[in-house]
Design a protein around this ligand. Structure first.
Ligand code: NAD
Length: 326
């Protein structure tokens, strides 16, 4: 089965966290492709502008609600074929300060979603995990099956999600597929949040002619993953064979870049010549991140096309348009 075949079958998707960065990009893509879509989001971090933007172009159901409420999850899952579960609290540093909320939303909320999906015979439950599950495992590239101890409450919640998802497949036959995203970037990634990711922060500050702060010495590496590769991975996970069920996969590009090099690429794209300042390393952060994507290549046919340079040049226009006036 090809990804395009899915759109000829009149299927309906539920996207949790669909007002957020990744979820709204998934919704946009699926709606554009003619699929039926429902979005569930409590707008705790997502933006109503993302929903209004989609509403102005397409007809779809938006449920404003919290995945901590099992009845909301049941209502959202009812009548859908595929669940793309993205809703969660992100940010490692915030999880260090607020572990209880992370447990309630990311663990209990995901368990509610799994339970609701099980009751409704969902075809596939695809959910967002994270590269943070590798924790203190130093081996590079990161490969599935070789995880260390999680370094933050956020990482623990993602690890527990994977355990429950595997268990729901083994016990109840719910076909779950976990996607361990590695530093996703692209249009609609919130640049204004206190917990914004590094790429939007660099661009936001440089557009104001401010020197951004790099936490640590900038030699830390990341495998930045462009949003379109993540969309592709979610759709491939929906059509994957049963051998992918209960499993979790690295979703990345498969190459790394240091934060210093990333910074200079962004400066070049923006035509800026500003030296960054350096701050303390962040608690709970990992030093290096690079994914082995062969498992996803083999079982999902995942073959990412857009690298960090191409992704940045495609995205820069969006950031400039959305940040210049703020
Ligand atoms: P985001 O914050 O933009 O989106 C998450 C969405 O979930 C938000 O719209 C938020 O309002 C919603 N949400 C939060 N709590 C909720 C609740 N209790 N009920 C209903 N909705 C709720 O984040 P994102 O970057 O789009 O991340 C999507 C998923 O991918 C998350 O699970 C995140 O942990 C995971 N992830 C993201 C990255 C990345 O680089 N962006 C990396 C690894 C994993």
């Amino acid at each position: 089965m090809m990804v395009s075949d899915i759109f000829n079958q009149n299927v309906k998707f539920l996207i949790t966290g669909g007002a957020g960065f990744i979820g709204s990009n998934l919704a946009d893509y699926l709606l554009k492709s003619g699929s039926e879509v429902k979005v569930l989001d409590d707008l705790s971090n997502g933006r109503i502008e993302n929903i209004n933007y989609l509403k102005s172009k397409y007809d779809f159901e938006f449920i404003e609600g919290d995945i901590r409420d099992i009845n909301i999850c049941r209502k959202a899952v009812n009548g859908v074929d595929f669940v793309l579960h993205q809703a969660a609290w992100g940010s490692v540093p915030r999880s260090v300060r607020m572990p209880l909320v992370y447990d309630e939303v990311n663990v209990h909320g995901t368990l509610n979603m799994l339970e609701a999906a099980k009751e409704n015979n969902i075809k596939k439950f695809v959910y967002a995990s994270s590269s943070s599950v590798y924790g203190d495992e130093a081996t590079l590239p990161k490969v599935e099956g070789k995880e260390g101890n999680p370094l933050s409450p956020y990482a623990i919640t993602k690890k527990v999600n994977e355990l429950y998802a595997k268990n729901y497949f083994e016990l109840y036959g719910l076909e779950t597929v976990g996607l361990r995203y590695f530093n996703v970037f692209g249009r609609r990634q919130d640049p204004h949040s206190t917990y914004a990711a590094v790429i939007p922060i660099f661009i936001r500050e440089l557009l104001k002619d401010h020197a951004p702060v790099i936490n640590g010495d900038g030699t830390q590496t990341r495998d930045f993953t462009y949003i379109d590769n993540v969309i592709e991975a979610n759709l491939l996970a929906c059509i994957a064979g049963e051998e992918a069920s209960g499993e979790a996969f690295n979703i990345a590009y498969g190459k790394y870049i240091t934060l210093n090099d990333l910074y200079h690429v962004i400066c070049e794209l923006l035509g800026k010549n500003i030296e960054p300042t350096y701050g303390k390393p962040r608690v709970g952060d990992i030093s290096h991140s690079l994914a082995d994507i062969s498992k996803a290549k083999k079982l999902l046919n995942y073959d990412p096309e857009i690298d960090v340079f191409e992704g940045l040049s495609q995205t820069m226009e969006w950031y400039v348009d959305n940040l210049s006036s703020k």
